[in-house]
Write a protein that binds this ligand. Structure first.
Ligand code: KIV
Length: 271
């Protein structure tokens, strides 16, 4: 008899079953092997290798500079660590919007070179041709509507989206189009909670919110934000579960003190 516990991998099918029985989906980002291993072992359902790596890993102001090669590097590192969660990798800005053949090529590179389970991209009607082409190759696609950080220069601000009826109607229409195309889920970012609820009730596929209220089918946060590694970023939707910045600085401060005072290494810590 094997002593190893059988791990049942989360699939897109299992996510829709969770929605059907009303079980909320917990999703978090990860960008590297060590963090992804901890997040997976803690039991998160979906790990997003988000293009927020551009901000939290590379220190860029926006998500626009990150490249397909960078995303593949992060995706591959995460996939190696994960045994249970569904791993979704973001298609970065400029790799899917203009041309559906390029979109397919980008998605195929992600699937082949990272062994991830799915890709995510931002937009509705404007990117539908790309969505269809990627799906036709058998690659699961997750949509992303509401605040779309790759369009920050069009929006001009990171404030709440779709507060006005016209933008809300477009969002609902886009969500329907993504479901009809057979995306397996949608992320809704920073929209009124009532709109999040409307979309989640209308769609059969899981709707995961980040600042979209608690009536959607699951939640996603950036791991650096929820662990309190990032310090300046404090939107209303963010709940910090830890103050890791203070803990890390405290531990590093203690190390510096011990090195300078010749306390480290001691007799037992050398050969
Ligand atoms: O890139 C990312 O981390 C995301 C989440 C904010 C949903 O897209």
């Amino acid at each position: 008899m094997s002593v190893h516990k059988e791990v049942r991998k989360v699939t897109t099918h299992r996510l829709s079953e969770m929605k059907l029985r009303g079980e909320k989906i917990a999703m978090l980002t990860s960008y590297d092997y060590s963090m992804a291993q901890l997040v997976d072992e803690a039991g998160v359902d979906v790990i997003l290798v988000g293009d927020s790596a551009s901000n939290v890993m590379a220190g860029n102001e926006t998500t626009l500079p990150i490249t397909l090669d960078h995303m593949i590097y992060h995706g591959r590192s995460v996939v190696k660590a994960v045994s249970r969660a569904l791993v979704v990798v973001d298609l970065p800005f400029g790799t899917y919007q203009g041309n559906s053949r390029e979109a397919l090529h980008s998605a195929i590179r992600i699937m082949k070179e990272t062994a991830a389970d799915a890709v995510k991209l931002e937009g509705g009607e404007e990117v539908l041709e790309s969505v269809n082409r990627i799906l036709s190759a058998g690659i699961p696609v997750m949509g992303h509507l509401g605040l779309m950080p790759q369009s920050i220069h069009k929006f001009g601000t990171y404030t709440v989206r779709a507060k006005e009826e016209e933008e809300a109607e477009k969002l609902i229409n886009d969500a329907n189009l993504l479901e009809e195309a057979r995306c397996f889920g949608i992320v809704l970012e920073k929209i009124p909670a009532s709109l999040g609820q409307r979309v989640a009730e209308k769609l059969k596929i899981p709707v995961i919110g980040i600042g979209a209220g608690n009536k959607v089918d699951g939640q996603v946060l950036v791991i650096h934000d929820m662990l309190g590694i990032t310090q300046q970023f404090s939107p209303r939707f963010l709940r910090r579960y830890h103050n890791l910045a203070a803990e890390i600085k405290g531990a590093v401060g203690n190390y510096i003190r011990d090195v300078k005072s010749l306390d480290f290494p001691n007799e037992k810590e050398q050969y």
